[in-house]
Design a protein around this ligand. Structure first.
Ligand code: ATR
Length: 275
């Protein structure tokens, strides 16, 4: 029996390392592998889950939204966020869940001691990961979300999607990124930064010294944008904590096993040493 992470590209993924470690530790006779798939291959993967050839799937970019139409059912987290990162068979139905936002929030609370209530957040990117994170930020009662994205239409769609909430949403400029003087946390939810030479043009002139930069990219460990802001004296964090925390939520959904802080710490050390 197997579990998969699918996406394109997928080479960089640390998810197999994480899940295989926990599966072995909890004596589950399973293997977790990565598979690069084309969009045309998504429906046959869903069929294999229906036939119980595959137990569970994690979905990464660029399919977090595109895969939804193949599913039988989705959880509230998917209804809220419009994106899926975890799939499994639940009561005979291939069901989608989203654990990204919960993973992000847990990592920021644990690793950076952040309390989100009434905070002002500046978000770069308007893809599936952004929707998942924003859904949880709204639950945590952030006050303001300023959002910027390369494709303006996707920023407009995102603001429209979340307009019924109590959070104030503002459209911010691209390609010059100018967080506000009220910005507490900047989050890069886009994939820009995974490749060498990709530096987000962040204008720091308004920023306060205590503003935190969070890049959800974990490979490379330090994007050029993270390096740039760290050198300017801002506190920064990469996406490894989020990856591990979202994996722990997925693991619990698949196997009904609540991982301990020790399980999480052990896997973090293994990941850190692996790249
Ligand atoms: P995911 O579902 O994992 O979030 P996605 O939906 O493909 O993946 O979203 C990727 C995000 O990264 C988008 O915000 C995308 O911007 P566009 O909406 O303009 O496509 C952003 N992104 C990807 N490549 C980028 C690049 N070279 N420059 C700027 N933004 C980029």
């Amino acid at each position: 029996m197997k579990v998969l992470v699918i996406g394109k590209p997928i080479k960089h993924s640390l998810s197999p390392l994480i899940h295989n470690f926990w599966m072995k530790k909890y004596n589950l006779d399973l293997t977790y592998s990565k598979m690069e798939v084309e969009e045309s291959g998504l429906s046959s993967i869903i069929d294999d889950i229906r036939k119980k050839k595959i137990i569970g799937v994690n979905v990464t970019l660029p399919y977090k939204k595109k895969i939804i139409r193949f599913l039988d059912d989705v959880s509230q987290s998917v209804k809220d966020s419009g994106a899926v990162n975890t799939i499994f068979l639940k009561k005979g139905k291939v069901t989608g869940e989203n654990t990204d936002g919960r993973g992000f929030v847990r990592s920021m609370e644990k690793d950076m001691q952040i309390k989100f209530k009434n905070k002002s957040v500046y978000i770069i990117g308007a893809g599936g990961a952004s929707y998942g994170i924003i859904t949880e930020l709204i639950k945590k009662q952030v006050k303001v979300i300023d959002i910027t994205n390369r494709t303006q239409k996707k920023t407009d769609d995102l603001i429209d999607y979340f307009k019924q909430t109590n959070v104030e949403f503002n459209n911010s400029t691209w390609p010059e990124l100018k967080p506000k003087s009220h910005t507490d946390i900047i989050i890069n939810t886009s994939s820009f930064g995974m490749k060498k030479g990709e530096l987000l043009k962040i204008n720091c002139s308004n920023l306060r010294s205590k503003t935190i930069f969070s890049d959800i990219i974990y490979n490379p460990k330090e994007t050029e944008t993270k390096k740039f802001l760290k050198e300017k004296g801002y506190k920064t964090i990469n996406g490894l904590g989020m990856l591990i925390e979202q994996a722990a939520v997925s693991f619990n959904l698949w196997f009904n096993i609540s991982l301990t802080e020790k399980d999480i710490k052990e896997v973090r050390e293994i990941c850190e040493a692996s790249y």
